[in-house]
Design a protein around this ligand. Sequence first.
Ligand code: ATP
Ligand code: MG
Length: 474
Amino acid sequence: MGEARQRAGQIGERAALLGQLPPDMREITDRLSAAFARQGHELYLVGGSVRGLLLGQPVVDLDFATDAEPAETKRAGGEVAPDSIYTVGEKFGTVGFVFGDVIVEITTYREEFYPTPDRRPAVRHGTDILGDLSRRDFTVNAMALDAHSGNIIDPFGGRDDLERHVIRAVGNGVDRFREDPLRILRALRFIAQLDFSLDPETLAAAREMGPELERISRERIASELNRLLTAPAAGRALELMREAQLLPYVLPEIVPMADDTGEGRHKNIWLHTLRVIDQSPPRLALRWAALLHDAAKPMTRSIDDSGEVHFFGHERLGAGIARRTLRRLKQERALIDRVAALVDLHLRPAGYDQSWTDSAVRRIVFEAGDLLDDLLDLVAADVTSARADRQREAARRIQGLREHIQRLREQHALDQLQSPLDGNELMEIFQRPPGRWIGDLKDFLRDMVLDGTLEPGDKATALTEAQHWMAENG
Ligand code: ATP
Ligand code: MG
């Protein structure tokens, strides 16, 4: 290809690329570019924003790299009249600007160095954009778009890898993963988000450096796992995690499940789990529950006289595994509770059929509480039978349960699944101090509501029932 044609191609592409920015981002970029140029400074769009632009995906925020020092960046950016400037990242060279809904971060060229292998990378000033790009993790993240000229700088073949849908380390994977082992998980996270594959050499490097993940803080690991799990191709990334023998360092609790092939006696638990994850809506607690719902199957397997395989109690044991796993990863309390409860409950709705009474349905709704939507979605995703008739049958039953719940909702039969009389009212009525009796009595009245023998909110009948109960138990 002639040089002129190549240049023309680049110019056409430049206009196309910058033109793909939404109008507000386009205008901010043009004005920043002019301000930095006036001060004699370079300015490049970098990282995820360039990747997103090239993929034609919506760009959420703008990340720039520059040779300007933070003080100069503040001055140049200030000329563009941002709504506010934030400087929390200043010691790492980052100045942030807010323009309406658009967040812009501008970072002085950096090159990382590694004081000791067990600490987070330290940072020092880089000299130019090439140096800055060369310290980045993957080729698809190591491109820059010159805000002045619109030229793309792509020293490591990031565009080819984007086209081939490949995540590949910049330079030598083993070295890059040794510098910062978290990059191993970042690779898998990008694979989950972009539905890419992993370059074979990078995969081999990840396998070799996997044990190094043990020196990464649990919080950083958890944050990548959360992003991986809620991404579209989570199943693919988890299978790569298994292939690269990373599970012992990332999720040791599921190693028995990942190793369990079923030996032809029952379906492969691991492959089933990956499908359940991919079939679940991408909500965090739900995806974690999908990952862990059968984690206790390898430990609970039994085979009865007729040769049938059972996993009695795996939901209860699995809830414990979920709790341990998420606690180890220092996840938030609310998430731990949700996931453990979902795993614990995951078999309940599956047994639904048309013979279920209103009160049985009310009980499930009550026990699931605000987990109900997640629980129903989990149970629906848990159907992975290869047989179409079984698939259809299971889908029909879950749909039946949804409709039954909807029917009860419309009859207001799910509005107040609680004792019509609260603790204060009971103390007042019986003139007794607080104590265990209140909880027991409220449970008794609530159970009557669930059973349908007491109308929600019927305080008069509740009072008579409470008096009977007190006569016997009080
Ligand atoms: P997104 O923000 O959509 O998750 P991103 O590519 O912007 O994707 P960030 O974590 O925001 O990812 O990082 C921004 C850029 O900084 C990356 O594209 C990459 O170039 C670089 N980067 C981030 N973390 C690392 C790391 N641990 N090692 C090397 N480069 C990194
Ligand atoms: Mg980003």
